[in-house]
Structures are given as C-alpha cells and as structure tokens.
Design a protein around this ligand. Structure first.
Ligand code: ZN
Ligand code: ZN
Length: 492
C-alpha cells in the first residue's frame, strides 16, 4: 500500500482564491481596520481573527488528524479536521447546511404544507444591525411574532402556534450588509390539542402591517430610533419593509424542504462567484443571478446606492471588510426554531410520543420496530456529525465499501508533522509578509440616525476565550440548546 493512499483526497484549502487573498492581506486589513473601516463597520471584533485563523487551518493535515480503519479489509486512512467556522468557511457552511436540511426533514418538519417567508427592513435601519448585532436575533423574533399574530387572526383563535424555522441572513447577493430573515413556516397553525388548521391563503397586507409594527416597536424599545423616525418611515408610500411568501413546499416534499433549508442557511461567500483575483488581491465577485441590483457605495450604505450591476470589483482590503462583517459573534445564533417547532413545542410532542410508546410497548412487536427506528436515527445523526467535524465522510471504506471506525487521533501538530514528513507528504507553510499600515485614514462617515456613538459593549462578547460553537448552532426562542442532550446520545 502506498503512503499516499492513506489520504482521503486532501482538499488543499490553501489553493482557494479566498485563502490566497486572506493570506496576503489579512494582517494589513486588521492593522488598518480602525482607520479605514471602523466608522462604517463598527469596532474591530476579535472573533474575525479567531474565525479566519481557524478557517486557514481547515482540512489541513499538518494540524492533526484522525486515523480510521476499515472493519472488513483493515485499510487505514488519515482524516483532517475541519474548522466548523460560520460564515467564512464555504466548505464548513455547506456541510452545516446539509446537516440542517437532514435534521429538519427527519426530526422537525411536520407532514403539512410549508411556505418560505422572507422579511426585509428599510435600508435606513440596516446600520443599527451592523453596529449592534444583538438586534439580529430580535429581528428574527419579530418575524415569528408576525407569523403567530397573523395565524391567530386568520384562525380567530388566540392560542394557535405555527411551526417556524428561521435563518438570519446579514448579507445581500454582492456581500453587502443586508439584514433579513428567511423562514420556513407551516401553512397554517396548531391548536393547543395539536390539531392543524390549514390556512393556504392569508392576507399579505395584514402580515406586512404586523411586521412593520413589530420591528418599529422593537427599535423604539431598544432606543435605536425615535417616534419621529418611525412616523417618517411609515408615512412614505413604500415603507421599505417587505414580505414575500411566494415559494410553497407541498406536504411531504422533504426534498423541497431540504433544498430550501440548504439555500437559506448557505454561506455568504461563494468561492465559485469570485470570478477573478488579480495578483494584487483585487477581486471581481459576481451576483448569483443575472438581474442587476444597486450596490451601495463604499462608506455610505445607508442612504445612497450605487450604479445597478450584477458584479462588484473589490480592492483586497475592501473585500475582506465585506466578507468579515458577516461572521457572527460568539453565541450569536443564526438558526432558530419557533412555536410548534421550538424546543417547547417539540417537548410537548415528545410527551404525546411517550404516551404512544407506552401503547407500543404493550403491543410488543410494534415496540421493537420503534426501537430499531430510533437507533438508526441516531446512527444517521452521528454519521452526519462526523462529516461536519472531519473533512470528508470517513465512515465508508473507499476500497471495499465496508464500515470505517475511528481508531485514534493525532492531535499534536509536531507529531502530525513528523508523520507527514516521513511520508514525504508535508507541504511547507508559506511565511506571511509583515503587515503594512496604509495612509491617510478614511474620513469618518456621520450617521445622523444614531443618537449616540456605539460603545464597545454594544458589540457583544469581546472577552471570548476559546471560540467553541455548539454544533449545529441551533437555538429556539426558549434559549435551550437541543444539542445538549443529544451529545450524550452520540457517545454510545
Ligand atoms: Zn475496506
Ligand atoms: Zn472549515
């Protein structure tokens, strides 16, 4: 067996165009950030360096690896770790979205029709979400409250709950800052005794009014805007708020849910759309569709927009500024479940399921069938988690198709290096050039809507030590992470 066959198709992330721009420019970007970008993007967030440093080691065997062995033919492989960072590693974002799709369709989504709902806010409000990222979660909550109120009025029942899954997106098609909420929502709502009341036709105008009320009330409560600003926005012919629910997924269309979940939880950055990178690191980035949208001018996103286009050319530091503004802070959940699909709702369903299980236990054969089903579900989940943590699926032998088991970890960098050097497979790391300070600093932009300049504490947790994400980063409106109890179950 040749040594190279021990490797599962190394991905060489250092060859990607994003990696190259990052490697050549990141230190300069960080050094010049206060002068060039702070007035537009807020204070430097340490999570940016932490995330990107991890991204640059994603899938790199030199950082350590797992050893897996086939139970049938004894073949061994080395498998690199992936970085699990959010919104800056397209590879890990992709895996996370696939796991999410699978989790939704196997554990959460009920067999009823769903719709995608997209909630947007006026341009002039966007800046507050960049300066105070906690507002993003509140915006997502407003979207849920809108749906709950809408279905309560549509069904004339004050206690019904829709099932809702939301992804907070902070990005537009050309990496610009554009906070909005994508949701998958049941086409109807559940009563307290768990009866589903379908509502295929709802009044969108009513929905929009509720959405406007919810967001304006929240922004007032947070003391971000004054009543005068609210009046200005709402007295315009087009308030700038919008709602779209045109995408429908029929009951039982799990593939449709899966595709949509992958789409709405996708990475802000697409490597395929970095269509050219100059030697100096300048990037041309294209939009996902051909239609042209106005791209905001650098430094003045709030009020003006630039020429309509379907691509954007970036200087390297500007490109990094646009990409890194979408990296979430530690503990900032981008995926949320509400109502019938929240933990609480799922707990209620669990109680019903427990009752059912008791009945099944009495009917012995049924009980055994259920048991097998539960076991295979966790097996599937475990396999999906492994795929997220490691670079490739290590559980299937490429030689004989048998099942691979993890038999060891090489987690010390020095040890990994020794093994790789002795195999003749260690690529040398390039040394990064020292960062350059640029001058002169950009003129600060004034934001007339801000009542006072943002303070450091407005930017969330700066004191994070290790950047560990619960994986996957699910959260519900009840702030209980379902991943906690499932961790115990993986380690069977
Ligand atoms: Zn094998
Ligand atoms: Zn990664």
């Amino acid at each position: 067996m040749s040594t190279s066959s021990k490797f599962y198709q190394p991905r060489h992330p250092e060859d990607s165009p994003f990696f190259k721009v990052l490697e050549a420019n990141f230190d300069t970007f960080e050094l010049n950030y206060p002068a060039l970008y702070q007035s537009k993007h807020g204070f430097w967030r340490p999570v940016i360096r932490k995330s990107l440093e991890k991204f640059m080691r994603c899938g790199d065997l030199r950082e350590g690896f797992a050893i897996v062995r086939c139970k049938d033919c004894g073949d061994e492989k080395f498998v690199a770790f992936s970085c699990k960072q959010r919104s800056c590693c397209p590879s890990c974002d992709k895996k996370r979205s696939i796991i999410l799709g699978r989790r939704l369709t196997t554990e959460i989504i009920q067999p009823v029709a769903h719709r995608q709902w997209v909630f947007t806010i006026p341009k002039r409000l966007r800046i507050y979400y960049r300066m105070d990222r906690r507002l993003l979660g509140r915006l997502s909550r407003c979207a849920y409250e809108t749906m709950r109120e809408l279905f309560r009025s549509e069904t004339a029942n004050d206690t019904v709950l829709p099932g809702m899954f939301s992804a907070i997106q902070s990005f537009g098609d050309l990496l610009n800052f554009h906070p909005h909420i994508h949701s998958i929502v049941t086409e109807g709502a559940y009563t307290e005794d768990d009866k589903f009341i379908p509502r295929p036709y709802v009044n969108l105008r009513v929905a929009l009014t509720i959405w406007e009320d919810k967001v304006c009330d929240m922004m007032l409560r947070e003391e971000k805007i004054s009543q005068e600003v609210v009046n200005q926005i709402r007295n315009q012919k087009h308030s700038g708020f919008s709602i779209d629910n045109s995408v429908r997924i029929p009951a039982g269309d799990n593939d449709g849910i899966h595709r949509l979940a992958e789409y709405i939880a996708r990475s802000p950055l697409s490597l395929a759309r970095m269509i050219s990178v100059d030697p100096d690191g300048s990037v041309v980035y294209r939009a996902s569709n051909k239609s042209c949208i106005p791209y905001p001018l650098m430094g003045d996103e709030t009020f003006k927009t630039g020429v309509k286009r379907n691509f954007q050319a970036f200087k390297p530091l500007d490109f990094l500024a646009e990409v890194t503004q979408h990296i979430p802070n530690k503990g900032e959940h981008q995926i949320r479940f509400y109502g019938r699909y929240s933990n609480k709702g799922r707990g209620y369903r669990q109680k019903l399921a427990d009752k059912q299980e008791e009945i099944n236990r009495l009917l012995d054969i049924r009980h055994r069938v259920e048991e097998i089903k539960i076991r295979s579900k966790f097996k599937l989940y475990w396999a999906a988690m492994i795929r997220l943590v490691f670079e490739v699926d290590p559980l299937q032998c490429q030689k004989c198709g048998g099942e691979m088991k993890i038999v060891g970890f090489i987690d010390s960098e020095a040890k990994a290096r020794d093994i790789l050097i002795s195999s003749g497979l260690c690529r040398d790391r390039k040394t990064r050039p020292p960062p350059k300070a640029l001058s002169p600093p950009q003129k600060p932009v004034k934001y007339p809507l801000l009542k006072e300049p943002p303070k450091a504490e407005d930017f969330g947790d700066f004191t994070c030590g290790e950047y560990i994400e619960p994986v996957p980063d699910y959260e519900t409106c009840d702030m209980v992470s379902p991943s906690n109890h499932e961790v115990a179950e993986w380690t069977e």
